[in-house]
Each structure stands twice: as structure tokens, then as C-alpha cells.
Design a protein around this ligand. Structure first.
Ligand code: NAP
Length: 287
């Protein structure tokens, strides 16, 4: 077997802590291989105090770029040369592209969310969405949805730092887009019921549902056949929320498509080539 790594092989990477669980090395390295791109993708466990030199290494090593996850998505902004509109609005970066030493920060989580809606034939322009959760994933999805033309977004969260941050971000999203944002407490059942009744999509953007039989929505009778239900969770593939929605005849989407498409968007930014999704998806599904 011939080793394909050469003196010209470029590096892309994942910087996070922890990092070793990531599916990104498989997704990207396989895509490079399938498209005959002379590059590899590795995961590096980077501690907070190592972030600045790690970012400098993107320039030093002439890397294609990196993906970032916790705890670096917000802290990295100050080390970058340029931020896209959505990256600025979200206030977090999950992808850096190296343009000859000029580092541009993107956030492809929201892009992945919108692409997964398009793939499932779910309309979003001028629609009303309800989100449960106000953390990092919710922020990226909400900002991109607002940029891409969703008319109204109801956000339900529990009181805490995430809720307060979203409260501060609400006016920035409304100022930058034509979307109306309503932020409410998840404990307010009346408001939740009204919001879901006027929504075409319900999104679980919390980690509630990873344990079997746990569900972020306490009243499952609010689900209906014409309400698409989206869960950011991809393990398990079918949470109790999705299972119940499916039983009611609703369209359901799990977090795997978003994971795949946020990676595909980063890949396209680094290589200007489309990720071979049809070949990558079954590999990621099996992983
Ligand atoms: P995060 O920033 O910690 O936010 C989690 C949100 O869920 C916060 O609003 C949190 O509220 C809320 N929450 C947690 N436990 C709750 C509970 N018992 N009841 C009500 N609300 C609760 O995390 P994240 O990065 O947004 O990730 C959230 C989930 O999305 C995780 O399961 C993650 O794996 C998944 N995710 C998937 C993708 C994908 O591509 N599919 C991408 C990113 C994340 P507090 O602020 O009060 O804690």
C-alpha cells in the first residue's frame, strides 16, 4: 500500500478540550482522500492557556485552518484577523480559515442547521420557530436562522448565565436582521403552548434527551403532525422527543445532519470543494 502523505501535505485540525471523541478527523481526512486533496486532519487537545500559541501555529505551520470546540469558541475571537457577520453576531467561532497568515473566523454550526433544514425540505423563510435552550448551539442556530430570513423566533430557557447572555444578544440579533426574538422562561407553560401553536418548527437545543426517557418538553401533547421537530442531539439518534413527534405523524430531524453539514461548510471554506456527503454520511452514522 502506498503512503499518500508527501512533503506538500497540508494540515487541518480540531482544537478542543476534550478533543479525542471527535468525529471530525474521520469526516475530513476521508473527504480529503476521496477527493485526492493532499491534506490530513488531526485532533489536538488544547488547554485554555495553550490557545494563543496554538492559533499562532496555524500561521507558523501554514495550516489550512482549524475547527474549534469547547472551551475555545468564544475566547479565540480576540486572536483572529477578521470575523464573518454571523461569527460576530453569534459571538463564537468554530472554524478558522488561513488565508496566507490572515486568519478569518466563521461559525458553521448555524450554516449546518440551515443546510439540514433544506435537505429535509423544511421551509424557514418568513416562518416562526420555537427553540428550547439558550446555550452555544441555540445561539448559533438562532442567529443564522434570523440572518437567513426566519420571521419570528421564540426562545425558552431556564434562568441562568445562558439566559442572561441571550437576553443581551436579543437586541443585537433584532438590530442586525428582520427577525423578531421573544425570550421566555421554560417554566412558563402558557407562553410555551402559545409559541408552539404558532410555530412550524420546534428545536431542542439542550442536552436533555441524551439519557433515555428524558425530554425538554414536559407536555408532549403540544406536539402535532404539522410541527417539524428538530433535536440537536445525535446520540441517541431518536430521543424521546423525536420518537413521540414521529408517532404523531410529524417530520423529525436529529443532530447528525447539522454535525455533518457544519463540517461540510468548513471543508468547503478550506478547499473550495464540496464534501462528498453521500459517502461520508454512512461512515459518520456508523461511528
Ligand atoms: P450549552 O452551551 O451548555 O447549552 C445548553 C443549553 O441547554 C443551555 O441553555 C442550558 O441551560 C440548557 N439546559 C441544560 N440542561 C437543561 C435542563 N435540564 N433543563 C433545561 N435546560 C437545560 O451546550 P451546547 O453547546 O449549546 O450544546 C447543547 C446540545 O447540543 C448538546 O447535547 C450538544 O452535544 C449538542 N450539539 C449538537 C451539535 C450538532 O452539530 N448536532 C452542535 C453543537 C451542540 P443553562 O444555561 O441554564 O445550563
Amino acid at each position: 500500500m502506498e503512503l499518500s502523505i508527501t512533503g506538500n501535505t497540508r494540515l487541518a485540525a480540531f482544537f478542543a478540550d476534550p478533543a479525542k471523541h471527535s468525529l471530525s478527523p474521520k469526516m475530513h481526512s476521508l473527504s480529503f482522500q476521496l477527493l485526492n486533496i493532499d491534506a490530513v486532519y488531526l485532533a489536538f487537545e488544547i488547554k485554555s492557556q495553550q490557545l494563543e500559541p496554538a492559533i499562532e501555529a496555524i500561521r507558523t505551520l501554514d495550516m489550512l485552518g482549524v475547527n474549534l470546540s469547547m472551551p475555545h469558541k468564544k475566547k479565540v475571537l480576540k486572536y483572529l484577523d477578521e470575523l464573518t457577520e454571523s461569527c460576530q453576531l453569534i459571538g463564537a467561532c468554530n472554524t478558522i480559515v488561513n488565508h496566507k497568515g490572515h486568519l478569518v473566523g466563521y461559525n458553521t454550526d448555524g450554516i449546518g442547521f440551515i443546510r439540514s433544514l433544506k435537505e429535509a425540505d423544511v421551509s424557514y423563510q418568513k416562518e416562526t420557530f420555537t427553540f428550547i435552550g439558550a446555550g452555544g448551539a441555540a445561539t448559533a442556530m438562532i442567529c443564522q436562522a434570523a440572518i437567513d430570513g426566519v420571521k419570528k423566533i421564540h426562545i425558552f430557557g431556564r434562568m441562568g448565565p445562558g439566559f442572561q447572555e441571550m437576553l443581551a444578544k436579543k437586541s443585537a440579533i433584532e438590530a442586525a436582521t428582520a427577525c423578531q426574538i421573544n425570550l421566555e422562561l421554560l417554566s412558563d407553560q402558557d407562553k410555551l403552548e402559545k409559541a408552539i401553536a404558532e410555530s412550524s418548527l420546534l428545536v431542542n437545543a439542550t442536552s436533555v434527551g441524551m439519557q433515555s426517557e428524558s425530554c425538554p418538553l414536559s407536555d408532549l401533547s403540544l406536539l402535532r403532525s404539522d410541527l417539524t421537530v428538530y433535536d440537536v442531539i445525535y446520540q441517541p439518534r431518536e430521543t424521546l422527543l423525536l420518537k413521540t413527534a414521529k408517532k404523531k405523524g410529524a417530520k423529525t430531524i436529529n443532530g447528525l445532519a447539522m454535525l455533518l453539514y457544519q463540517g461540510a461548510a468548513a471543508f468547503e471554506l478550506w478547499t473550495q470543494k464540496e464534501m462528498p456527503i453521500k459517502k461520508i454520511r454512512p461512515v459518520i452514522e456508523r461511528s
